[in-house]
Design a protein around this ligand. Structure first.
Ligand code: GAR
Length: 216
């Protein structure tokens, strides 16, 4: 079966990009990364892509007139790469409704919270301040409103009493690196169907039981 070509959009470190690169290295993985685009030339993720022999592009948001021009440049680069799916991986730019509509149900994002809780920035600080017992991460299809859209997969991690934002972020990030490749696999296999504002994954089961925190 032909592998689904994806474009990965980043702004920085690129550890989620790395998890996708590593997954795509397996012969039987149903997707391949055709292009990595960053809005920042200094993004560490660009070096990760080059190291893996993946084409890269930098589209500097400061070098274009406005958001529409930036998104038009993104769109051109993605289409030229032959990608049929866009993966946002720590891409910290808001996208215009037109761009989001053009890639509807063909663009996914990873966010470091259990959406719809804590969209936006500083998710870990906010989960700690709220006294949450669990934090986590979400892979979802992208809609125009920031950090919304049909959920494909989530991972929950416990919050410990001695956590700070750094320790919690590290625990969540490990989970991010597990669910992003999984979600990409399911999308590339054509197993994810969006109905209304919900996504269903064919042949994937929910785990049994409850995680309780504190455990007692
Ligand atoms: C990740 O934690 C990702 O979930 C988050 O930025 C980090 C990027 O790290 N994304 C967002 O907050 C988007 N709303 P990475 O560059 O190492 O993948």
């Amino acid at each position: 079966m032909a592998r689904l070509k994806v474009a990965v959009l980043i702004s920085g470190r690129g550890s989620n990009l790395q998890s996708l690169i590593d997954a795509c290295a397996a012969k039987d993985f149903p997707a391949e990364i055709a292009l990595v685009i960053s809005n920042r030339a200094a993004a560490q993720g660009l070096a990760r892509a080059s190291h893996a022999g993946i084409a890269t592009a930098t589209i500097d948001h400061k070098a274009v007139a406005d958001r529409a021009a930036f998104d038009a440049a993104l769109d051109r680069a993605i289409r030229a790469s032959g990608a049929g799916l866009v993966c946002l991986a720590g891409f910290m730019r808001l996208l215009t409704p037109g761009f989001v509509a053009a890639w509807r149900d063909r663009m996914i994002n990873i966010h470091p919270s259990l959406l719809p809780a804590f969209p936006g920035l500083h998710t870990h600080e906010r989960a700690l301040a709220a006294g949450c017992r669990f934090a986590g991460c979400t892979v979802h299809f992208v809609r125009a409103e920031t950090d919304t859209g049909p959920i494909i997969a989530q991972a929950a991690v416990p919050i410990r009493t001695d956590d700070n934002a750094t320790s919690l972020a590290a625990r969540v990030l490990e989970a991010e690196h597990r669910i992003y490749p999984l979600a990409l696999r399911w999308v590339a296999e054509g197993r994810v169907r969006v109905v209304g504002e919900r996504a269903a994954v064919a042949g994937a089961e929910a785990p049994d039981g409850a995680m309780i925190n504190p455990a007692g």
